[in-house]
Design a protein around this ligand. Structure first.
Ligand SMILES: [Zn+2]
Length: 239
């Protein structure tokens, strides 16, 4: 096992605990994957294993067609969707899927979350878009994710009647996007339940988004998560 793969097995395992910590998943739903840099491989969680039982050793290594390369268990049933994203979005280093409650409620209505918070402008550069209805089992979900995200600012898509898929230049950035997606989906839900959320002008959204990317020094607009090389004091929060 290469050191890269060993490191990514641990990273992907640890990031699954974040989905639990932020209450984005129940039972065995949800998954995180990471691309193995420089190789046509990804690391993803095994299918149907309880979060408490996930270990670096039982993470599954697959090729970018979703075929198992290392691992005794079956990979997540969403592996084909993750693999499709890595094949078609070379800039993506991590993918996350959840059925987090508020975001999935927007997905159930097939409704994009409108950009009515500066935090949304920062993180998503606009609305969180809705992707098509797609059944599991072939490339439909992956295709819907890529078609919806390609060329846009948002690192998150609400797949209609299903849930959230997020991407990032790292798996950690994709997890952050999943956390932020649920956070703003909940806030905008509450805002709308009690009145009419006020839109933010397109120019203001663009300027907030640009500033946020510059403050955190990321060249990619897929992620505003500080890299490991940056001081830890910058943390993961904005402000
Ligand atoms: Zn799902």
């Amino acid at each position: 096992m290469s050191t890269d793969i060993a490191r990514i097995r641990r990273e992907v395992c640890d990031l699954h605990a974040e989905l639990v910590r932020y209450q984005l998943v129940v039972w065995t739903a949800g998954n995180v994957s990471a691309r193995v840099p420089g190789r046509d491989l990804l690391v993803i969680k095994p299918s149907g294993v309880a979060y408490d039982d996930l270990t670096p050793a039982n993470m599954i290594v697959c090729d970018l067609d979703g075929a198992v390369v290392e691992g005794d268990l079956a990979p997540s049933s969403d592996t084909a969707a993750h693999a499709y994203v890595y094949r078609h979005m070379p800039e993506v280093g991590g993918v996350v899927h959840t059925h987090s409650t508020y975001a999935s409620a927007w997905a159930a209505r097939g409704e994009a979350v409108p950009c009515v918070l500066t935090a949304m402008a920062d993180e998503f550069g606009g609305e969180i878009p809705v992707g098509p209805f797609a059944l599991i089992g072939d490339d439909s979900i992956g295709r819907g994710i890529v078609q919806t995200l390609a060329g846009g600012n948002s690192p998150a898509v609400l797949m209609r009647n299903h849930g959230v898929f997020t991407v990032g230049d790292t798996a950690k950035a994709a997890v952050k996007a999943a956390v932020m997606t649920e956070d703003v989906a909940r806030t905008v839900h509450l805002a709308r339940a009690h009145g009419r959320p006020l839109p933010i002008g397109e120019q203001d959204i663009a300027s907030l988004h640009d500033r946020y990317q510059n403050v955190y020094g990321q060249s990619s607009d897929r992620s505003a998560t500080p890299s490991a090389a940056q001081p830890a004091s910058q943390g993961d929060t904005k402000g």
